[in-house]
Design a protein around this ligand. Structure first.
Ligand SMILES: [Fe+2]
Length: 327
């Protein structure tokens, strides 16, 4: 079991092994091309200039391809747990909320054991399934496995994302979520409790009703919101978040961006995010707006091959609301 969990990525994703073989082959060819050549072969002359340029280009392309393959293979091998804390005077005892987002049918260990084990250690009061756990490319049985594993252990809530709709299987997806006993927050709210503390979670659907339906759901949620209660807005796509600030939600939770795919630590927080384009303003992580906070989970996606995750590993997100100290 231990080995299955530790090496689950290699067992579960045969294509990853093929990528490793491909990368190895490229490295071998690079090694061969770097072998010292006879002096006559490398003597400078106009006749040799063009082949040397070609060789250099071939080496550069091989190196880039190998780097890409290795980054793709190892950058997605394991998820990290990203933790955030928010203090608030209305919180009497810690409220732990886990975000599982953008799984896209990926499998992390037999029976999703890597995700389940991490959450069992974290002991969240609620698990928020923040959209795009299903998608149109299949492997959705892995998502159903996760739903059943989590629903038996934690209080869970599901918010549909764009890929649940893009799949064209929304009816059966909704049925699968409900069959697991997980409520779908489609403009609805739920209370998360920790001892005497209650916080209110409002879930916004990413549905076919488009932006107008979303804005209506947000406005309806805001009308129910009270300043006496810590309020959370959960929405799959963070785009346009600034226009929601005036509604006064204390915390906004989102996913969808996959961390902007490529990160350069300290320099670039994401190269590209859907809907935001290149150099996204909200690539992933924590954003504070005075007393309001936005947290974007970088999500658990590790497919497809042409979308690498470089310095941006898949992420399970844990948010802890804590009693305010000091002042
Ligand atoms: Fe999405």
């Amino acid at each position: 079991m231990q080995n299955e969990t530790r090496y689950g990525f290699f067992v579960d994703n045969v294509r990853a092994v093929w990528r490793a073989i491909g990368a190895f082959a490229i490295l071998l060819s690079m090694k061969k091309s770097l072998q010292p050549r006879p002096v006559a072969d490398i003597a400078p002359s106009a006749a040799h200039a063009a082949p040397r340029k070609k060789r250099f280009l071939r080496k550069a392309l091989s190196a880039a391809a190998a780097l890409y393959l290795f980054a793709d293979l190892f950058g997605k091998a394991q998820f990290v747990t990203c933790r955030y804390e928010i203090e608030d005077a209305r919180i009497q005892s810690d409220v732990r909320i886990a975000i599982v987002s953008d799984l896209h049918g990926a499998l992390y260990g037999a029976g999703q054991s890597e995700i389940v084990d991490t959450l069992e250690t974290a002991k969240p009061h609620a698990v928020l399934l923040l959209g795009d756990l299903f998608d149109q490319h299949g492997n959705n049985e892995n998502t159903v496995t996760l739903l059943h594993a989590l629903a038996g252990r934690f209080k869970c809530y599901f918010i549909l994302g764009n890929h649940e709709y893009k799949s064209g299987e929304t009816v059966s997806i909704r049925a699968a979520i409900e069959a697991a006993g997980i409520p779908i927050l489609d403009g609805a709210s739920a209370v998360i409790r920790s001892d005497e503390t209650e916080v209110r979670l409002y879930g916004i659907d990413d549905g076919r009703g488009g932006k107008a339906k979303q804005l209506q759901q947000i406005a309806d949620a805001a009308a129910q919101r009270s300043d006496d209660e810590f309020s959370i807005l959960a929405i799959h796509v963070p785009n346009g978040v600034e226009s929601y600030l005036h509604y006064g939600f204390d915390l906004m939770l989102a996913g969808h961006t996959h961390g902007g795919q490529i990160v350069v630590p300290g320099v670039l927080n994401g190269l590209y995010a859907p809907g935001q384009g290149f150099f996204p303003k909200y690539g992933g992580g924590r954003y504070d707006f005075g007393n309001q906070t936005l947290i974007i989970s970088r999500g658990l996606a590790r497919k497809p091959f042409w979308l690498p995750r470089i310095c941006n590993p898949p992420e399970l997100t844990l948010v802890t609301l804590k009693p305010r100290t000091g002042e």
